[in-house]
Write a protein that binds this ligand. Structure first.
Ligand SMILES: *Cc1c(COP(=O)(O)O)cnc(C)c1O
Length: 371
């Protein structure tokens, strides 16, 4: 099998989705599953739908087009404001998009009307994290404008916290979202079908809140895929954190001193402190580098230590492991490492449904990581 590769356990993704769908369902919150970290993989999307997600969402039109052409039967939402240069593709491949800009909305309206389609709009409102969203004071006027645009239907409102500044969803900002939903409904004179509270960072609030108010949807990626809460990077109770591993192949193994010899300047990627311990170790080099993965988010197998990474080499202390050249090591991944691996042309993806027998030479490490 080719290396490096990302191995995906689709059963873990289905189980994580089901667990969240069941628990959030008790408070009237639906799960829209976000596929951007897996580039809109149809296999992963199907696992999310089997687990009970009501729809799929992605930040890239290209990924939604991939789901569309694979025939994955589900509503598709574009969760980044469409580029003006891509509005027609957005209308073609997404039934709904998250929006903040009136010129984009006008362009969507023209494209939808031209296609004889109705494109649903969720207006994003800024509630403290200072990424996308109109200010609360501008929400009602924009909603009224959307009501007047041919080819568009106002489906709801939403917000996004945590991504830019780490602002945590809480009773205060979520209650504000509920109030704004009421205000918009009064102004436009009809009910909103979507009040989208946010991303995986909303889970702590949503699973613990006494009252989740008008929030009836969350857009979940990281929690489903990695089982982690982005606010803490700790596991979400009841979720599996082992759905993904990154497998790489050893190309050199041998005893080497721990401490470099010679005067030290910069390394390929800046300065690093020289190792403190002396003596020698069983050093392994994997055919894996920064072109394949973000090394910060890699979790080595138990007993293996990462010593350094450059463009194409990952150097490890193998400890007591017997691994030899041609053998493989499997690493756990954080969100950043997963994203880089999935977008690297050098890394293959292998999706599995039932747990398959594992190669004896493959040492595995998975545990949650902090970025
Ligand atoms: C990426 C993204 C999500 C999903 O975020 P996770 O932390 O992976 O759950 C939700 N909404 C928007 C707007 C996003 O960009």
């Amino acid at each position: 099998m080719s290396a490096p590769r990302v191995e995906v356990d689709l059963d873990a993704i289905e189980a994580n989705t089901r667990s969240l769908v069941d628990r959030l369902g008790r408070t009237g919150i639906r799960v829209t599953a976000v596929t951007k970290a897996v580039l809109g993989s149809p296999g992963v999307a199907e696992a999310m739908l089997r687990g009970g997600a009501v729809g799929l969402a992605d930040s890239r039109v290209e990924n939604l087009a991939r789901l569309d052409s694979a025939g994955v039967g589900s509503a598709r939402t574009l969760i980044r404001s469409p580029m003006l240069s891509q509005v027609d593709a957005a209308v073609q491949h997404a039934s709904t998009s998250l929006n903040t800009d009136s010129s984009v909305l006008e362009a969507l309206s023209r494209c939808a009307a031209h296609r004889g389609a109705t494109h649903a709009v969720v207006l994003m409102v800024e509630l403290g994290d200072l990424r996308e969203g109109v200010l609360p004071v501008d929400l009602v006027p924009l909603a009224l404008a959307v009501r007047g645009m041919a080819g568009l239907s106002l489906a709801g409102i939403g917000t996004n916290l945590a991504c830019q500044h780490g602002v945590a969803p809480d009773d205060r900002n979520m209650q504000r979202l509920s109030e704004l939903a009421d205000e918009v409904e009064r102004a436009v004179g009809s009910a909103l079908t979507i009040v989208s509270g946010g991303n995986s960072a909303n889970l702590g609030w949503a699973l613990g809140a006494a009252d989740t108010g008008r929030v009836d949807e969350l857009r979940l990626g990281e929690a489903i895929l990695l089982g982690l809460d982005p606010l803490t990077r700790l596991p979400v109770e009841g979720l599996r954190t082992d759905a993904f591993s990154l497998v790489a192949e050893l190309i050199e193994v041998g005893d080497k001193p721990r401490v470099p010899s010679g005067d030290l300047g910069q390394t390929a990627f800046g300065r690093r402190p020289p190792p403190r311990a002396g003596g020698s170790c069983r050093q392994g080099i994997l055919a894996l580098g920064r072109q394949d993965v973000d090394p910060d988010g890699l979790v080595p197998p138990e007993g293996v230590t990462i010593l350094g990474t450059s463009s194409d080499h990952l150097v490890v202390d193998l400890g007591d492991h017997e691994a030899t050249v041609g053998g493989e090591l499997a690493f756990g991944v954080g969100y950043g490492a997963l994203l880089r691996a999935m977008t690297s042309p050098f890394v293959a993806t292998v999706e599995r449904r039932a747990v398959s027998p594992r190669l004896p030479a493959t040492l595995r490490g998975h545990s949650p990581v902090s970025r």
